[in-house]
Ligand binder design. Structure first.
Ligand SMILES: N[C@@H](CCC(=O)N[C@@H](CS)C(=O)NCC(=O)O)C(=O)O
Length: 202
């Protein structure tokens, strides 16, 4: 039997999970959901209601994107994406999924957060971009000369940040971040996981 992946194409958490599953060569039954009309089976197995959710044939449910990446790469890790220092890895993921994601949401939808100006939210996110720029000036990928799951876990969020105002991003000083982002966005891996699926309705 094939695992089921509840996914949403444009969700950065789902993107990182899909990429790890793809690299690990694990076939899934991908169920593209509507966030406004979530499948009853998904909510039954994972009441928190976020994607991605992976349901294994034995009924085990993995409902956090990083846990799906870890599970997939523990099955098969041809690029050695898991071979990284655990503390460093966690620091980057915590910063990305915490303060950077919060700044990204506010920068993307400033009308929902009128207490500050959009430029302030962008500046908050730039703290993270600057840290990325510093390490990417030293090596091609975040943790060194080889790609790792940290690159995959972070770039979908940086992609969204860059896309809010591409002209600003293109003229900003984050040249190494821009090159790193282009590398991933233009990769075969990314185009594979961005294929479109009809919405699954149960
Ligand atoms: N911590 C979760 C976060 C996942 C998440 O927030 N996904 C969003 C979509 S990008 C979601 O499903 N939101 C529920 C909704 O919008 O109703 C993970 O890493 O998997």
């Amino acid at each position: 039997m094939t695992p089921i992946l509840y996914s949403y194409r444009r969700c950065p958490y789902a993107m990182r999970a899909r990429m790890a599953l793809y690299v690990a060569n694990i076939s899934v039954e991908l169920r593209e959901i509507s966030l406004r009309n979530k499948p009853a089976h998904m909510l039954a197995v994972s009441p928190k209601g976020t994607v991605p959710v992976l349901v294994l044939p034995n009924g085990h449910v993995i409902e956090q994107s990083i846990d799906i990446m870890d599970w997939a790469l523990q099955q098969h890790d041809p690029e050695a994406w898991l071979a990284v220092d655990h503390t460093q890895r966690q620091q980057w993921i915590t910063k990305n999924d915490g303060p950077f994601k919060a700044a990204l949401d506010r920068y993307k939808y400033p009308e929902k957060y009128p207490e500050s100006a959009q430029a302030d939210y962008r500046a908050q996110g730039e703290t993270h971009l600057q840290q990325l720029e510093t390490v990417l000036q030293q090596h091609r990928f975040i943790l060194g000369h080889q790609a790792s799951m940290v690159d995959i876990a972070l770039f979908p969020f940086v992609r969204q940040f860059a896309a809010v105002d591409p002209i600003w991003f293109g003229s900003s000083n984050y040249q190494c971040v821009a090159a790193w982002l282009s590398y991933w966005v233009e990769s075969e891996l990314f185009s594979q996981v961005m294929q479109k699926y009809p919405t699954y309705l149960d």
